[in-house]
Design a binder for this molecule. Structure first.
Ligand code: C5P
Length: 217
């Protein structure tokens, strides 16, 4: 049974979010940014002074996350947190709580609920392996760590060399390492995923590759 889902997994700052959102728009599908759910949970916990290692309390929060997604903003408890969830501190918090099995279980059904008859493009770390194992197309989108650090620096309006670049590169490598080495849903390509290395590709070229594979299924 194949699901009308294109799963795009990969490491941080690989460009998978941008590519997934564009593919969704072109194919007229919904888009799930699953990382945002982990980021929202981390932010919500810190707003309530709950420690990022408190598995039980964070899972409880994750079940009842008061979030509203719209096309260009994300509301948490009625507050616009679109920018607040994108900081590297919240990224690290998301990575910490994402290693807790009860938290992943709490977010599982919420992610699956994004699938409607329109079809879905979902990006994250375990879209292909855990959340949508019957996805019709599975892509593991990656790029070298230095290239990802450059892209993130550009996105933040910083220089692509020097101290800021080094700091970003270190953060990216640290988060990748944490995501790869955890026991639940570690970051790795699913057996049946196509690997797309975008180190030498533009966003447009990456989107075209995904659409080419989609047309072939
Ligand atoms: O993709 P993004 O950088 O927004 O994800 C933030 C963190 O959330 C990741 O570092 C990862 O630990 C976690 N995550 C996850 N599973 C997903 C999506 C994100 O564990 N499907």
């Amino acid at each position: 049974l194949r699901m009308k889902v294109i799963a795009i997994d990969g490491p941080s700052a690989s460009g998978k979010g941008t590519v997934a959102a564009q593919v969704a728009a072109i194919l007229n599908r919904d888009y799930l940014d699953s990382g945002a759910l982990y980021r929202l949970t981390a932010l919500y916990a810190s707003q309530q002074n709950i420690d990022w290692h408190n598995e039980h309390e964070i899972a409880t929060l994750a079940y009842k996350l008061p979030v509203v997604f719209s096309t260009d903003s994300i509301l948490l408890n009625g507050m616009d947190v679109t920018a607040a969830i994108r900081t590297e501190t919240i990224g690290m918090g998301a990575s910490a709580i994402a290693a807790l099995p009860a938290v992943r279980t709490a977010l599982l059904q919420r992610q699956r609920d994004f699938l409607t008859p329109r079809g879905l493009v979902a990006d994250g770390r375990d879209m292909a392996s855990v959340v949508f194992p019957q996805a019709e197309l599975k892509i593991f989108l990656t790029a070298s760590a230095p290239i990802r650090a450059q892209r993130r620096a550009l996105q933040l309006g910083l220089a692509t060399d020097g101290a800021d670049y080094q700091r970003i590169l270190n953060e990216i490598e640290k988060r990748d390492q944490a995501d790869r080495s955890r026991t639940v849903a570690p970051l790795k390509p699913a057996n049946d995923a196509i690997i797309l290395d975008t180190s030498l590709l533009s966003i447009k070229e990456s989107v075209e590759k995904v659409l080419d594979w989609y047309r072939k299924i």
